[in-house]
Design a protein. Sequence first.
Lengths: 340, 340
Amino acid sequence: MAEHLNINTSTVSRALSEKSSEMISPDVVKRVRKAAQEMGYKQNAAAYALKMGSTKTIGMIIPDLMNPVFPPIIRGIQSVLDQYGYTAFLAYSENNEGTAHTEVERLISRGVDGIIYAAAFRTDSVVDLCKSQGIPLVLVNRVVDQGDVDTVKVDDSLGIKMAVDHLLDLGHRKIGFIAGPKNISVSYIRLRAFTRTMAEHDLEVEPHRIVEAHALSEAAGEQAMSVFLGQNPDATAIIASNDLIALGCFTALKQFGYTCPKRMSIVGFNNMPYLDWFATPLTTVSIPHFQMGERSAELLLKRIKADNVDYNEEVLLKPKLVIRKSTAPLIASKKKSGST
Amino acid sequence: MAEHLNINTSTVSRALSEKSSEMISPDVVKRVRKAAQEMGYKQNAAAYALKMGSTKTIGMIIPDLMNPVFPPIIRGIQSVLDQYGYTAFLAYSENNEGTAHTEVERLISRGVDGIIYAAAFRTDSVVDLCKSQGIPLVLVNRVVDQGDVDTVKVDDSLGIKMAVDHLLDLGHRKIGFIAGPKNISVSYIRLRAFTRTMAEHDLEVEPHRIVEAHALSEAAGEQAMSVFLGQNPDATAIIASNDLIALGCFTALKQFGYTCPKRMSIVGFNNMPYLDWFATPLTTVSIPHFQMGERSAELLLKRIKADNVDYNEEVLLKPKLVIRKSTAPLIASKKKSGST
DNA sequence: ATGAAAGCGCTAACAT
DNA sequence: ATGTTAGCGCTTTCAT
């Protein structure tokens, strides 16, 4: 750059850098910085990356931007990244492990210093890929059977427990569960928490009370709920593995001519935006999306800095139950076959 | 890389590149590519960028990821970027020109080959910045007074015209408009289209029928709508500059004890997701978000390739009116003071 | 058809 | 306190 200040490039480099500017006479530092300012000098990121082996860049992989839970997570990540001069690439798994793997390879080729992966499957080749390439990796919201991975997640079991307790308090006993695909950790964990919590209350969950949706989506939820309603004419409440599935439940319910919450209470998971505006505002388990993003970025940055991949961390965040209008006490409709 | 094939790096480079692999004997090409595959060789993006002066990277600037209209735009952009081996950085303006400027500088320092800017103000220093730095720029959804910029936008005037015509068809005459900040092009254009369309029907819009919200947000909409209702007890319909403002209108309406659509019809703009689920599903102007993203990426890539910045293009997309339940014929409530 | 060498812009030894 | 130089990994002249 400013070599018409007739000084050497290395002096300039040193003057501009925070750490090494101390070696340079304050006077020169000032002159260089002023000149840089004036002529709008910007460090060439490619050259820096090539020389230093760090791009100050990370990759984020999410299933799908259209799922409203991810924007806040992303913002959380970026808010801390910004503070450290990092920038993020965004890629999508489309809920498909193969796609995720390909995307991670692309990101690695881009030279990212680390990866935040919010789409892991219970067994996922991405974690081995990152491990073998020495790329720091943190998992958000999903967990992997392999173990030994940095993770930021919410206490799903607690969330489900809160949902079940809420329903129990309202008097419901015949409670169903629409699970997500079992190769996704949250689906699995939430389902297990459901049966376990029920058991703690001496309530056995019969198999027909559980239906697995083939995806964590509205359409899959509708389909699964139809099946459920067909085989559970007596159920009075349902817990859905996430909000999108819960929406599908609403649709199926309507097709069966059932009303919510009168005939059937529904609780979701995630607390997606705008739920308050809905015709039947959904009771759901709220998770701190933004904070999850923040924590995962902090964790990743720590790993990148430390190069200390010996010990892994697991950050566990607490969910909250948001009670709205899709759940109601069991009374009227169940008088006849009251089970308490 | 594979120099234990004891061949020169340049041969490897040529063999791997699509264009120059023709100069190399097919046999060698095959061997090199196979080796690359096996050892998982990935081109170093930083070195490529430094040598070639192109990062195969672009920047996207949007106001805010939380606004649900942007995710589909982003996906549209990325879907075409992917096809050409480009990757995008995402940055936020927070609806603030200064922030946008800073972010653009950061992106330029990252070496992006071009920028897609979905947050322009009517006069915006970002376009001069890009122009002076020779960085291709395309504007999405917003327009700039400067002219001479590649743009992808929807026909806002047509959208508003459809909204007005719809209301008129329903018998409404006392129609109000909640505008957005006038330094944002869409606000300005939509407001102008409103008064103009009304005029075309020989309906004069008195000043008190128009209130400007200080942002394109729910809170600002609520505030503006309160003002509006205070000074327009006789209005029967309102057009909001976007859906978020329309939501704010709902809230204000409720505070005044008014119902929608019975007492007041409301139409929004954007057709954000999940509107069908709302207690009062909002009638709104739908715009092709995903397609806008695609077109803007195509346009940008074309500019990057061509280096031909002499002529600018303007892509104009058509909106569509989606009629839901927030608009209803003017009858019952207006019998007394019927104005037709 | 392939090798040798230069150079993209930067930082960090290594001089001085 | 500052200048000199080498080298990060790649592509591309220029040789051969």
